[in-house]
Design a protein around this ligand. Structure first.
Ligand SMILES: O=C(O)C(=O)C[C@H](O)[C@H](O)CO
Ligand SMILES: [Mg+2]
Length: 403
């Protein structure tokens, strides 16, 4: 038995907010879990500190599945991002402890490596098509095999996904939500031009991706997917909001562009119908927001039956703890597709020293026991929480819209 002696939540803001759970066993092992829910961080802090940690003390850290079921079924109130991020943090920390106890990198416990490295995609973004293509070329020069393209839209003052700082794009940019303006017509004219220019400049061997951020209707998404087909996109992400999953059937009827969805999904129940009806090609559910490694493996297993591959969310609001967990998961599953990789800043990396590393377009989790990521609590304490929100999106006439 590995008795859980103590657990605490650490909130730190080395340039952006992160919530980390640290679980300690009676014999001195400890594990880390990420619980960051961008723009709603303190809700998860309270969920963990007030409602989860008291139930963990004294339990056997080895019983990962049982503790997962206890927190999921036992709460009565199932699912949702706050609950599932809290459960994910516990799950990650327990896998970290188990792998440390086994003196193995986690991917070995999960069945061993299925590949030599994890293909990642970087974010190329610019105010114009030309600037975005230039950024994409820089990623290609760094060895990236896959690049996401997001360009500013002519006639719109600002666009989510397009930042001033190219390498360290930060989604939560204001102490109150900033407001972006959206025009589907203007956007739809820009994206095919972007893909045409990028394919020409980067050649055939680089995978090109695009994130719609849930902003199109199904028929608009079908049209966009069709217009991108000549440039062979790797995927079109979040083409339409996924609450109504039938919407994806309509998109499918109009385009063979592969579809990716799921960064806001929290459980297998959000993924089930899309996977079973083969309405998507990539599932983007991620360790931190979908109940941890235990639950994400369940999702990946279901997806594998239908030749749906994974493409885990990996923006900067997912901490290095999640990135490490995702890499062990990615390396060990048969139906891995691609991993998103937005680099963290040097401040963040210093607070979370880690064993994972990038080479020639691939990340590897490294071979340190456990997740291979640590938390420098002394340094973390120097960066207190600072409220920050994701922006909101309005149409040109002021109507509140999706993003
Ligand atoms: O990385 C992506 O694909 C995103 O869409 C980024 C998200 O908007 C961001 O992580 C939200 O917190
Ligand atoms: Mg996205």
């Amino acid at each position: 038995m590995l008795k859980i002696k103590d657990a605490r939540v650490v909130v730190t803001c080395p340039g952006r907010n992160f919530v980390t759970l640290r679980i300690e066993t009676a014999d001195g092992l400890y594990g880390l879990g990420d619980a960051t829910l961008n723009g709603r961080e303190l809700a998860v802090v309270s969920y963990l500190a007030d409602h989860v940690i008291p139930c963990l003390i004294g339990r056997d850290a080895h019983q990962i599945e049982d503790i997962w079921q206890y927190l999921y079924k036992g709460a009565y109130w199932r699912r949702g991002p706050v609950t599932m991020s809290a459960i994910a943090a516990v799950d990650m920390a327990l896998w970290d402890i188990k792998a440390k106890a086994a003196n193995m990198p986690l991917y070995q416990l999960l069945g061993g490596a299925c590949r030599t490295g994890v293909m990642v995609y970087g974010h190329a973004n610019g105010q114009t098509v030309e600037e975005t293509v230039d950024e994409a070329l820089k990623y290609q020069a760094l060895g990236y095999k896959a690049v996401r393209l997001q360009s500013g839209v002519p006639g719109l003052p600002s666009t989510y996904g397009v930042s001033g700082d190219k390498m360290f794009y930060e989604p939560a940019d204001g102490a109150l939500p900033t407001e972006n303006v959206w025009s589907t017509a203007k956007y739809m004219r820009t994206v095919p031009k972007l893909f045409e220019a990028a394919r020409l400049a980067l050649g055939d061997d680089v995978h090109l991706l695009h994130d719609v951020h849930h902003r199109l209707t199904p028929i608009e998404a079908g049209h966009l997917g069709k217009s991108l087909e000549p440039y062979r996109p790797f995927w079109l992400e979040d083409a339409t909001p996924a609450e109504n999953q039938e919407a994806f059937r309509l998109i499918r009827q109009h385009t063979t562009t592969p579809l990716a969805v799921g960064e806001v999904f929290n459980t297998i129940w959000d993924c089930k119908d899309l996977i079973q009806n083969q309405l998507i090609d990539y599932i983007r559910a991620t360790v931190v927001h979908a109940g941890g490694i235990t639950h994400l493996r369940r999702i990946a297993n279901l997806a594998d039956l239908y030749q749906v591959r994974t493409g885990c969310h990996g923006a900067t609001d997912l901490s290095p703890v999640t990135m490490a967990a995702a890499l062990h998961f990615d390396l060990s599953i048969p139906n891995f597709g691609v991993q998103e990789y937005m680099r963290h800043t040097a401040e963040t990396d210093a607070v979370f020293p880690h064993a994972y590393s990038f080479k020639d377009g691939y990340l590897h989790p490294g071979d340190a026991p456990g997740l291979g990521v640590d938390l420098d609590e002394g340094l973390a304490a120097k960066y207190p929480y600072s409220r920050a929100f994701l922006p909101v999106n309005r149409l040109e006439d002021g109507t509140m819209y999706n993003w």
